[in-house]
Design a protein around this ligand. Structure first.
Ligand code: EPU
Length: 423
């Protein structure tokens, strides 16, 4: 298994370019199932989850060709509708094909995603809402089997709780449903907006984008389109935090600072000087460590759960105690034990981590448990004394494009290696 060896104490300086957003690219790829015409997507990040989604689409008869940063997705002629377990088990977001398959092919068979490192993460809200659109759903040998032989029909649906992929799945189902669908208590994440923009480019009729209520007027068919994926706000936020921790003047380019509002607000409260422009965030070298600040994760526009782990690394180097509460997922503190092994002083009480800073961190071997937890271990390694080895970086490769290449270009010293089983 590949690992990173990070030499601690290197200062970072220069510019780092953000890739396209993984969590926007995944639903946009799934949305290609809604048309028989070719779709061109620009800015898909080169990360493993995207490769997995391309394999799911291949299993469903589509082909994806990449050329000069553009991916062309072409629909096949068959009516394959089964997303197999071997693929779904490696990526929960495969469930995003359920809505579009039902809408256009009128049936879908998608393996139920199993448990997951950051909590139970069921898909019950997706299934209940699709049933309201008239789908007939049952579970058969661990697969969700869904059918709508006469097509889906518009309905009024209120999600019991905000769900990002649930909102996306229903939006993709509703655009081809007969009549009008009203979706309430929707996720307002920029990734949902990006999907809505792509669907509008395909001819979908959606109102209320960016608000909690989406109104969809179903259409007969959708056409192909050219769409550019928004920049990855979580990758951008991760590099902004790296710059606060270890920077001597870093600019994160190609991002949308408006999407980072909650993080930038928090940094301001921590006394960190940050400059923003239209498409970049600059973190000048800081004269003193940040002040401790408290934060609770929330749906957008709140503080993103996908930046909680990285914030914990920053809190270990902040002056005072930061209280960080995880309100979205019930089990997203696995990185705490690894940070503690590096010398962090953290107590977890229920859903809140009390991080007592600032403590020097020592390099050691640590194990990544999920995507964002891996990122925090890399951040900690950047400021630790000595070398940190991060094991199981395949988690990182699911969502960060060439992280070590980007950080090394800023002056970090990170080596990707695999010592084999007996060394
Ligand atoms: N939930 C249910 N039932 C459902 C759906 C959700 O109980 O049917 C619960 C979840 O268990 C969770 C909460 O509702 O407690 C919110 O989950 P949500 O459905 O919003 O999460 P998701 O759509 O599965 C996406 C991102 C995650 C990100 C969350 C929250 C994608 C592909 N994934 O997941 O990204 O953490 O929204 O913002 O968009 C990551 O990139 O590392 C990642 C985990």
């Amino acid at each position: 298994m590949e690992k990173f060896r990070i030499r601690g104490g290197r200062r970072l300086a220069g510019e780092v370019q953000v890739s396209g957003a993984k969590n926007a690219a995944l639903p946009c790829l799934a949305a290609t199932l809604l048309t028989s015409e070719p779709v061109r997507l620009q800015g898909l990040p080169r990360v493993r989850d995207i490769v997995t989604m391309e394999k799911v689409l291949a299993a469903l008869g589509e082909s994806c060709e990449r050329e000069n940063g553009t991916t062309r997705v072409v629909a096949g002629s068959g009516d394959a509708h089964h997303a197999p377990y071997e693929l779904v088990r490696t990526m929960r977001a495969s469930v995003l094909v359920l809505g579009p398959l039902l809408a256009r092919r009128r049936r879908a068979r998608v393996s139920l995603p199993g448990g997951c490192a950051i909590g139970a993460r069921p898909v019950d809200f997706h299934l209940q809402a699709l049933a309201r659109l008239g789908a007939d759903l049952r579970v058969e040998s661990g697969d969700v089997v869904a059918e709508a032989p006469h097509g889906l029909a518009g309905a009024e649906i209120e999600f019991p709780r905000i769900t990002v992929t649930g909102t996306e799945n229903l939006l993709m189902a509703a655009v081809l449903a007969r009549g009008r669908t009203v979706l309430r208590n929707c996720a307002r994440e920029p990734e949902v907006e990006d999907l809505a923009a792509m669907l509008a480019g395909m001819g979908a009729r959606i109102a209320g984008v960016g608000s909690p209520t989406l109104e969809v007027e179903g259409v007969e068919a959708l056409r192909g389109t050219d769409h550019t994926i928004i920049p990855d706000r979580i990758e951008a936020g991760t590099y902004v935090i790296a710059a606060v921790l270890a920077g001597a003047g870093v600019t994160v380019t190609g991002c949308r600072p408006a999407h980072l509002h909650a993080l930038l607000d928090l940094l301001e409260r921590a006394g960190v000087a940050v400059e923003t422009s239209n498409d970049a965030v600059t973190v000048p070298e800081q004269g003193s460590p940040p002040r401790a600040v408290s934060a609770t994760t929330a749906e957008y526009p709140g503080f993103a759960t996908d930046l909680q782990a990285q914030l914990l690394a920053l809190a270990t180097q902040s002056r005072g105690t930061s209280n960080i509460t995880e309100a979205i997922f019930e089990n997203r503190f696995q990185h705490v034990l690894e940070l503690k092994r590096m010398g962090a002083a953290i107590d977890v009480e229920g859903r809140t981590a009390h991080v007592h800073g600032s403590t020097p961190l020592d390099g050691t071997t640590v194990m990544a448990s999920d995507l964002r937890a891996s990122a925090t271990l890399v951040l900690a390694g950047l400021v630790a004394r000595g070398d940190t080895v991060v094991d199981r970086i395949y988690h990182l490769d699911r969502g960060y494009e060439a992280m070590e290449v980007k950080l090394n270009a800023l002056g970090a010293e990170i080596e990707r290696f695999n010592p084999g089983p007996y060394r």
